[in-house]
Design a protein around this ligand. Structure first.
Ligand code: AMP
Length: 275
């Protein structure tokens, strides 16, 4: 396995790409393993803490970074290359930033865009740049960031890029908390409280319709005094509110601050049949 810090000797064309911000955990490594299992092409994990997708400078500042450890873990999981570019490589100061098409699924009232305006502009910008630099034929994204996954899928379609998007299932701690680099910021009490997100998703499956599912999710999150950003049931692909009697797949999505840490989770949802 090799580590590349610049694009000069990258030679990644035709690879399967796994974009990450580092501080890798089993959730990220499952995506590397998924790529390794699906293709004989080079598997390239990128480690880049993208400044343009943070709207809170303190959040960017305290984002955990440990490239040496990340590289060892990527090698063990089957990656061929770790690409860890500097900000100047991704955004050369002497080149104007290319405008990027942002799909509608990135901009919906109440979901990520409400609490993190501009976040998906940053995501689309960095993913486009990494696609340009690495020229992958496939890229792997986690279902953990469901709206991001749908945004990237829609962006690739809008940009007519010949890149397959593969989705990796959410990897959880043994008590159900979705793995996240941000979990390390939780103190002991809030680490226990954080289980409420998974409880909320489980509770939602007892509901006959989206609005009662949303009420059940809110109740679980209110019970731990979480600062709820959203708890919603939406169309799984467009993330629009569900139309009545639809048979399109739906998704329950939750986001809340617990002990000052912004946590996300989601799960498939369908109305519980009333017998
Ligand atoms: P990040 O480093 O947080 O930008 O995440 C990089 C990729 O890993 C994204 O596609 C995430 O959705 C994915 N990811 C993060 N946590 C998990 C998890 N617990 N399970 C599955 N995928 C994850």
């Amino acid at each position: 396995m090799r580590i590349e810090l610049t694009a000069d000797k990258l030679n990644a064309a035709g690879c399967a790409l796994i974009p990450t911000m580092g501080a890798l955990h089993e959730g990220h490594l499952s995506l590397v393993r998924l790529a390794r299992a699906r293709t004989d092409r080079p598997v390239v994990a990128t480690v880049f803490v993208n400044p343009t997708q943070f709207n809170d400078p303190a959040d960017l500042e305290r984002y955990p970074r440990d490239l040496e450890r990340d590289a060892v873990l990527c090698a063990e999981a089957g990656a061929d290359i770790v690409f860890a570019p500097a900000v100047e490589t991704v955004y050369p100061p002497d080149q104007p930033r290319q405008p990027v098409t942002i799909p509608p699924v990135a901009h919906l009232p109440q979901l990520e865009d409400a609490g993190r305006p501009g976040h998906f502009e940053g995501v689309c910008q960095v993913v486009s740049r990494l696609f340009d630099l690495c020229q992958p034929v496939a890229a792997v994204f986690g279902e953990k960031d469901w709206q991001q996954l749908q945004t990237v899928r829609a962006m690739v379609t809008l940009q007519h890029r010949p890149i397959d998007i593969w989705a990796g299932p959410i990897v959880r701690e043994s008590d159900g908390l979705a793995m996240s680099s941000r979990n390390t910021h939780l103190d002991d009490k809030h680490r226990l409280d954080a289980r409420a997100l998974y409880r909320a998703l489980n509770a939602s499956t007892n509901a006959p319709d989206p609005s009662s599912a949303e009420a059940l999710m809110h109740a679980e999150l209110e019970a731990i005094n979480a600062d709820i950003q959203y708890a919603a049931v939406r169309d799984a692909e467009t993330l629009m509110p569900l139309v009545e009697h639809t048979d399109r797949p739906a998704r329950a999505l939750v986001c809340a601050f617990v002990g000052g840490v912004r946590l996300l989770d989601n799960a498939p949802w369908q109305p519980r049949r009333q017998d």
